[in-house]
Design a protein around this ligand. Sequence first.
Ligand code: BMA
Length: 369
Amino acid sequence: MTLAVEKLMTSYVKPGGILVRVTRYEGNPIIRTQDVKPTNDELEVIGVFNPGAVQSGDEVILLLRVAEMARQNESHVVAVPVVDPESEEIKVLHFPKESPDINLSDPRSVVYKGRTYLSCLSHLRVARSKGGIHFQVDDKPTFPPQGRYETYGVEDPRITALPDGRFVISYTAVSGFGICVGLAETRDFKEFHRIGIVLPPDNKNVAVFPEKVNGSYIMMHRPSASHIGSSEIWLAFSNDLKHWGEHSHLLGIRPGSWDSARIGAGAPPVRTPEGWLAIYHGAKEQDNTYYLGAVLLDLDEPTKVLARSREPIMSPQAPYEQTGFFSNVVFACGVVPTSDGKLRIYYGAADEVTAVAEITIDEVMDSLV
Ligand code: BMA
């Protein structure tokens, strides 16, 4: 296994002269659309990206977001897959392509008569690997959308390993009601129990901390501001993972910076002696590019931000990050700490493929201001 593409290194020199080297695996992308079997013949896999990741025994488990598009068989219509909440079967809706009432300007959505649909339907699928590089992807959807809040799909899972052996999955649940946050738990990645929709629309990018702090479970979440305010990272607290409250604002956008338009949690935070280290994403309004940075939170009082990346740790530089279904995106939902002080970042590139890169925790710490 080698992770070595120094020429794609992202460097950031802070006043102290510290460099964060990002080493992308030379065989990236590690999972591509052709590596995944579609749910049925009517669908085509167009993205396998934004995976949650966890080390479980001697395996790395990824929970992949698999996005499928309906086969576009007729030239004058756009076919959009959705799940029927009663039968739980996938059905395909058709919209007239030439209609003045249709807007197809964003490849991720189809807006018809003022109503927004997603062009692709996503489900979650497990992939396993001993070394963390070569993955065996399940043949079928592991966690398909279910119920009336998931009719447009389930997306962007984060996996949190709790000390009692449970894994908590936080994911985006999309339907005509809006973008909600769902939580589920599993012990084996075969049977899942849905805890429920824990945050109403519009909210996404939830990452649950790996242990209770001062007796509470904690999550980072991201309400999408549509009137006053911006789309920024908040914290919420819970005693049982089901009921969340004590919401407090954690981290804001920074005008003029790489995280000027909106930000959201990436992977669940990692405990370090200096604090909770969390990778988060930021988007820039001018060009809709997605970057990754880091934030350090106080171990005992995670509402306190200790330091943050001034410059991104990762930006779209490799060809598979710069060109894809939605270009210029690096988006991480899962990191796995290694025994030699690194973070292995599993990330979605250009909303199309899954890639892996490594950074050294000490270098990240030194780059935070
Ligand atoms: C965000 C999320 C991600 C996606 C990114 C870029 O809002 O929805 O799923 O990777 O946009 O399209």
